[in-house]
Design a protein around this ligand. Sequence first.
Ligand SMILES: CC(=O)SCCNC(=O)CCNC(=O)[C@H](O)C(C)(C)COP(=O)(O)OP(=O)(O)OC[C@H]1O[C@@H](n2cnc3c(N)ncnc32)[C@H](O)[C@@H]1OP(=O)(O)O
Ligand SMILES: CC(C)C(=O)C(=O)O
Ligand SMILES: [Mg+2]
Length: 634
Amino acid sequence: MPPMNPGTKYAPYEPVNLPNRQWPSKVQRTAPIWTSVDLRDGNQALINPMSQQQKLRFFQLLVHVGFKEIEVAFPSSSDTDFGFVRTIIEQKMIPDDVWIQVLTPAREELIRRTFESVKGAKNVIMHMYNATSPLFRNVVFGNSQEQTIDLAVQHTKLVTKLMDEYSKPENGGTNFRYEYSPETYTQTELDFAVRLCEQVRVAYGKASSTNKIIFNLPATVEIGPPNHYADQIEYFCNNITKREEITVSLHPHNDRGCAVAAAEMGLLAGGDRIEGCLLGNGERTGNVDIVTLALNQFCQGIQPGPLDLSDIQSVVDVVSNCNDIPVHPRHPYAGELVFTAFSGSHQDAIKKGFHAQAQRKEKGDHVWSIPYLPIDPADLGATYEAVIRVNSQSGKGGVAYLVAQSLGLDLPRRMQVAFYQVIQEVADRTGREMTTDDITRAFTQTYHVPSLALGKNEGSMVLKSFRITDDAPPGLNGDAAAANGGTETPRYVRFNGVVARNGKPHDIEGRGNGPLSALLDALDAAFGISANVREYSEHVIDRPGVFAPAAPGATKTKAQAAAYVELVDASPKAVAEAQSATTNGGGAVRQEGWWGVGIDVDITASTLKAVLSAACNLESKTAVEIATKAVEQK
Ligand SMILES: CC(=O)SCCNC(=O)CCNC(=O)[C@H](O)C(C)(C)COP(=O)(O)OP(=O)(O)OC[C@H]1O[C@@H](n2cnc3c(N)ncnc32)[C@H](O)[C@@H]1OP(=O)(O)O
Ligand SMILES: CC(C)C(=O)C(=O)O
Ligand SMILES: [Mg+2]
């Protein structure tokens, strides 16, 4: 069968003749009026429309989020909808500054029923619609253009009359505004739609600059690209008279997946107001998603009016529960995975971005600028925990970021590589994502860092006590330093200490030009562990985390220091092997290094502990096994 030719089946949209269009060079600087239609358009699209209880819960969320206009029902459709409107009015659940909106078709009995439903409410937007496109005129109503205008005009006059009645104090004293929707606006001839709205405005007779009539221009079905919608809105704004008495409202649906873009371009084209649903529920592919729209504005530095989405998880919970539709994990801003980077290069950039941002902040620059994160997750109530997650696609940057976040440790770059290799191996062996908890446990166990929170693994050699004393041949240390200006002099020290080896205490002793080399000398003498230091660094732990509270025995006021040491095996056997590998390989072969970490309030003690931690790993060469066990034993 030959492939179907869509050109014979589907008609393209009709471009708008708008040679001097202005909207493409405009920039949005203010928030529109936001109107939620979750409880009407969203509700009518559900497999099971919401119960009274669910509608109440949803309504409370909408009020809490800050909506001042809420389409609460299609009251003539069912007892549930009618009853819901009565409940929120009679139980005084509508804040004084909130306008409820109710939708009715242009049918007399349904309009009357709709007015009955809102009796006694303080502020009501009465919303009437009829479809206006040729397809609907011909197929659904069998109406000409003039008959369609007549339908809208006659029923608008009825609306005006009923508004007069229901606004009398004895009938409830309601304040009314009128909204009219030429349903299927985007498929209607534009000049006809404008002519129709002009006549509706005249029939309404109450529009003024302080009581604007709302013309809601729906993309009932999204049939063209977003620039087409914008052209249609700009055309309407240019051609309707008394623009100052009109609120132009946008009501995009998402059939082509472009509702957010259509709304944004429609605002540039002159729209004042948006009707949409939280997280994009609604007929077929949904109404425009107000969460996305509002947060798109927020991260352009625009306060999205009264809307407060700083607790996005509550929004997700209520919306998905009431609609009984889950939120996609990649839904903009709200999905579970939208702040998460698994891949190594993204993690590396994010980690560097956070570091640079902290430095800029110290200089008073607070502007958010982090690679791959268009918005600060904290602004939506999300934790940074979600930002970086580690699996087999992750790199050293991500692992180091999690260690820094959970333990407050800034690993030296080459140690990041070493620990990353351990974690990669563990991820491959276990075949699953490494959680922050997994990585934290693996780290503390691999480097033998005892922690109150994470239990003990002190390794096979534990420092119990120590003393460092000057041990210079006569004339060196202080004397020689004084003699040559106090700068270049080697300083000889003696280490005396007790190290428990596999639980058994040993008095050990050594000499060197500093505490670190003196301890290495002692380890060689006592246990035959011969090693050289390749890298050493230290820092104060100044971030909240597992090690921020003082360790047992530490004074509360003194911060802990972290020391990192990399040792290489200096035994004659290892040195000979390295030499022969270099000779046979034709180039310098870098010997494997073994890292250790020490944490203590005393900087010398943290250094000595780091040496012992590295020495344990050098001796046992089982870092990956230890880490795997730590993860699996959880
Ligand atoms: C794009 C939108 O979202 S529009 C909103 C749509 N939402 C809903 O329809 C949800 C609630 N609706 C309902 O509960 C029902 O449809 C009701 C109660 C409004 C009406 O029910 P029914 O009287 O059984 O009519 P039904 O739903 O079949 O509507 C079709 C009739 O209404 C007419 N009609 C449709 N839209 C309109 C309108 N906007 N104004 C006037 N008449 C209309 C049709 O021409 C048709 O008339 P006919 O029976 O003489 O041929
Ligand atoms: C009732 C109207 C505004 C509507 O929901 C639509 O056209 O999509
Ligand atoms: Mg709609």
